[in-house]
Write a protein that binds this ligand. Sequence first.
Ligand code: AMP
Ligand code: MG
Length: 322
Amino acid sequence: MITALIKSPRKAADLIRAGGLIAFPTETVFGLGVDATNDEAVRKLFDAKGRPSSNPLIVHIADASRWSDAAATLTPSAEALLFEFAPGPLTVVLPKRTEVSTLVTAGLNTVGLRVPSHPIAAEILHVAGRPVAAPSANLSGRPSGTRWRSVLEDLDGRIDAIFQQDGHSLGVESTVVDCTGDVATVLRCGAVTTEQIQRVLPDAREIAGKSHCGAYEGVRSPGTMHPHYQPRAKVKLIDSPTSVEVAEGARVAYCGLLPIKKQDALVASAVFDTLDDYAAAFYEFLREADRHEATIIYVQYAPDHGIGHALRDRQLRAAGER
Ligand code: AMP
Ligand code: MG
């Protein structure tokens, strides 16, 4: 398969309607979209990513008012959250509508629903006029793609087209909230913080009840059980760059908020002024370190506030710790 580089939302929408696999930018990370009602296209998507079939896909719609394209009912908690945060980096889990492929939901009777705010994603969805299942556009297990060239690096020849445009991305995926029960439960922390959710739903809680969410959510959010966000190099979390140790022959990479001293073994480094910048660039830095054939990546563990909460979760997973 030849992967086309495209710049037209209409072209992207037409390809999706025809059963194609199209990577496009969203405000979180690049998504890899297919028609959520087309079993064959969904099967091709799991193959292209090498994604385990037990990991359900988030379904994207153009507007919150179209929730019934994918969900059977809109619960009061989901309605309240969508009113506040849609369009934006939030996914609500609701009872599934039968028309959505069961491959999309990995056999679950629920569906994750999101309304992206990125103008290109929004236009593609609007023109496609149907629900679009879209996981992150990367090979399963690798860091998510936040630049089109990184998407190409993983998926060239495996998908039909990539939307050739970079823009600002938040750099961590959407917050996934289970809205099917009496109490809304954050299954995956993300760009919308738990505090923001609790301002709308004071009873809402995180599933793990730990300093980072994701520790025990396997059963309810299957995707979080699989290895994720991992570069080829070993990732080691540290509190300060003074903890960086250089072994004989090591090629070292470092990213964080505190500066690191220049040294011969350092093949890639990135220091960020703000936590938002750190989150936005984190996945791309892991890929950059791989391009420089780093053997070890020292990652300064993000502080636990704002988007740092979600970034810490991704950092732990990149390091293979759960
Ligand atoms: P990704 O596509 O890599 O952003 O991952 C999607 C995330 O959403 C994974 O953590 C999934 O487990 C989660 N997810 C999608 N659909 C559901 C659902 N119906 N119930 C619970 N979690 C879901
Ligand atoms: Mg992913």
